[in-house]
Design a protein around this ligand. Structure first.
Ligand SMILES: *Cc1c(COP(=O)(O)O)cnc(C)c1O
Length: 365
């Protein structure tokens, strides 16, 4: 049998090792996973209640329009209900966008390195991918503008960027949006929106009334702690959402995910608390790096990319054998770095202890 030619050159996504497997392989009793930017504090207790309540409804298909969640989220964001599209994670919204707008003969512009799913889905749709290198870890918006031509359908801005944690400033985004031709969709992926602290980070929702070609992606996977349930969303003009809708599967978000997301929105206190703790954790990481003369990027997310000056895989392996799963930079386009999710206070201390021992053993300090 023959698959699409595009698939032949696409490696399948390599997920991190599951906790149980690492325990078995290295004979460890405790393993912590700081590899995929999940919330180390889990999710709100209100969510657990809501999920238990909705268990009785599992024999029935979910509401394909996510009416209840849509109403609450629209109010929360101050937008119309018609401006939202839900996905089985924002990953799926990326897929829907690519399915809706890309085909052979079109191209799409993105940073490099950035979140890999933009490229992955564009390749499947047979579009040309134009990757513009980050400059000092930041999106090079001027060069991205120059890469746009009449066949460009989508430009991706990951803000804050994964894996660097860096962000596009408000004035930069505004001047970019002014210059982007109207036939080009600008997707701003704000998966870490809730964690952002920078004052000049752009608030994009109010921009939707000015820019018909703007789409914002957000998710319940990160700060809301629901990565396992798979629910995220896109926000745009009603027209844009309507154009994309046919590319969405009718029942793409589950009964449990909808109920969980709805109740997660009700517990902003939980969210605030997690964000506060993350801010503190990031500071600890900065201090650790400064004390050990390690290079890193300031992060607006719940993760940090640290340069150790040796193979990222080597750092990854050292930590793995000591029960700490992180993400090697080798696969992320930063071969001498690792990306570490900010954990709980105790988890962070374990990371620092292991890294201190590693730096000594490998004579890096
Ligand atoms: C984690 C992440 C996502 C995917 O989130 P899901 O909603 O779980 O699919 C999207 N974009 C970026 C930049 C991410 O880091």
């Amino acid at each position: 049998m023959k698959v699409k030619r595009q698939l032949e050159q696409l490696p399948p996504y390599k997920p991190g090792k599951p906790i149980e497997e690492v325990k078995r392989e290295y004979g460890l009793e405790k393993v912590i996973k700081l590899a995929s930017n999940e919330n180390p504090y889990g999710f709100s207790p209100k969510v657990k209640e809501a999920i238990l309540q909705s268990l009785n409804g599992l024999a029935i298909y979910p509401d394909g329009y996510s009416r209840a969640l849509r109403e609450k989220l629209a109010k929360h964001l101050g937008i119309n209900e018609t401006q939202i599209i839900f996905g089985n994670g924002s990953d799926e919204v990326v897929q829907i966008i690519c399915r809706a707008f890309l085909e052979a003969g079109t191209n799409t512009v993105m940073a490099k390195p950035t979140f890999p799913q933009y490229r992955h889905n564009a390749v499947i749709e047979n579009a040309e991918v134009r990757e513009i290198p980050l400059v000092n870890g930041n999106h090079d918006l001027d060069s991205m503008l120059q890469a746009i031509d009449e066949h460009t359908r989508i430009v991706w801005i990951c803000n804050p960027n994964n894996p660097t944690g860096t962000y596009v400033r408000k004035h930069e985004l505004l001047s970019f949006l002014e210059k982007v031709p109207k036939h080009v969709l600008v997707v701003v992926d704000e998966a870490y929106y809730e964690y952002v602290q920078a004052e000049n980070y752009p608030q994009t929702v109010p921009l939707l009334s000015e820019y018909d070609n703007l789409m914002i992606l957000r998710t319940f996977s990160k700060a809301y702690g629901l990565a396992g349930l798979r629910i995220g969303y896109g926000i745009a003009s009603e027209t844009l959402i309507q154009q994309m809708e046919p590319a969405r599967e009718p029942f793409n978000t589950s009964v449990l995910a909808q109920a969980a997301a709805l109740s997660a929105l009700d517990d902003q206190e939980f969210l605030k608390d997690c964000v506060e703790k993350n801010k503190h954790g990031l500071k600890q990481f900065y201090r650790f790096c400064d004390e050990h003369s390690l290079k890193y990027y300031y992060s607006e997310g719940n993760f940090i990319l640290i340069d150790f000056g040796i193979e990222g895989n080597e750092v990854f392996q050292y930590l793995l054998e000591r029960g700490i799963i992180v993400r090697s930079g080798n696969a992320l386009g930063f071969p001498t770095s690792v990306r570490i999710t900010i954990g709980t206070e105790a988890q962070n201390q374990e990371v620092f202890a292991a890294l201190t021992a590693m730096l000594k053993e490998k004579q890096l300090v």
